[in-house]
Design a binder for this molecule. Structure first.
Ligand code: ATP
Length: 295
């Protein structure tokens, strides 16, 4: 199949609600054929960003383009973009919550031009969903299943999922990760997945997009990022000497001991010759170091 997928470019996007700036100068490119992990603390701006990237919400300033075209009110561009929003049982006023699952999926099938009913049916069966059930009678995990079905069956080139595994049990989470990888490998679609369960999904993320207080903290290949991130611990004064000149985060003192996370810059090597312990760090720990309470 001809690969027609192109990049989505987010240029200097700002979003304010009244005086509150929720997104500040977000500037990045989503390349075709990648799985991105979008991580940030509660309220960091992840959902707002995804809603702007899919033209469900207007930016206050800045632009989002697909294949060079602005996506806002652009049906052609939006045919290639799916943001399967988190459902809840009390979507007041939207009319969605009183729909039966099959009605909700039917609507989605009309909206997405490449809708794959076979895939939707397969997922419904695996998730053991009763499609006659109304959205407002479903459990949190079941609601996640419905949003996953819409995302995968949409076949959209750029597909965004907002905390897709919220409420799913571990068996279903594993199944979702497996299905996502399978779909990604077969089609080369682009996925952006926000999640708070970082470690579980870390292996899936080719790139990490980290948002902190509405700003883009980093966007980097996951492997590269982890290969330059280390935890240094030992006697406080020795750690201070060893970490001199490095980008430091999340310094923690415990009596005479201390630990710090360092991020190597390009060409920088690990400290040598100091009596300290230097260990690689997990993505989750790195996230806490960069976005945690103490920094
Ligand atoms: N419609 C709105 N009106 C006013 N403020 C809003 C609105 N939607 C979001 N916000 C605010 O924008 C900020 C970012 O919210 P957003 O939902 O994008 O964060 P998030 O990173 O997805 O959080 P979480 O991980 O908790 O889901 C929050 O401070 C939130 O209160």
């Amino acid at each position: 199949m001809e690969n027609k997928m192109e990049a989505i470019i987010c240029s200097n996007v700002n979003k304010s609600y009244g005086k509150k700036e929720v997104l500040k100068n977000i500037d990045f490119t989503l390349e075709k054929g990648k799985i991105y992990g979008l991580i940030g603390r509660n309220g960091a701006g992840k959902t707002t960003l995804l809603s702007i990237l899919s033209a469900q919400n207007p930016a206050t300033e800045g632009n989002v383009t697909w294949n060079g075209e602005k996506i806002w009110e652009n049906r052609k561009a939006l045919d290639h973009i799916c943001f399967s929003r988190e459902l809840s049982t009390n979507l007041y006023g939207s009319g969605v919550s009183s729909l039966k699952v099959k009605e909700y999926l039917k609507n989605a099938s009309y909206y997405y031009p490449n809708w794959d009913q076979k895939m939707a049916d397969e997922l419904i069966e695996k998730f053991e969903l009763n499609t006659k059930q109304r959205i407002n009678k479903m459990s949190k995990g079941m609601l996640s299943m419905v949003t996953i079905i819409v995302a995968l069956a949409s076949k959209a080139d750029f597909t965004f999922l907002d905390e897709p595994v919220a409420g799913l049990d571990v068996v279903m989470r594993e199944y979702f990760y497996h299905k996502l990888m399978e779909e990604y490998t077969e089609t080369g679609r682009t996925f952006v997945i926000s999640t708070h369960i970082i470690e579980e999904a870390a292996d899936l993320m080719e790139e990490v997009i980290m948002i902190k207080d509405g700003s883009l903290l980093l966007k980097e290949n996951t492997q590269d990022l982890l290969e330059r991130s280390y935890h240094v611990s030992g006697l406080a004064e020795v750690v201070d000497q060893a970490a001199e000149g490095y980008e430091k985060h999340h310094e923690e003192k415990m009596g005479r001991s201390k630990s710090v996370t360092i991020l190597l810059k390009e060409g920088q090597e690990l400290p040598k010759g100091y009596d300290v312990t230097i260990q690689p760090i997990s993505l989750e720990k790195l996230f806490v170091s960069l976005c945690g309470l103490d920094d």
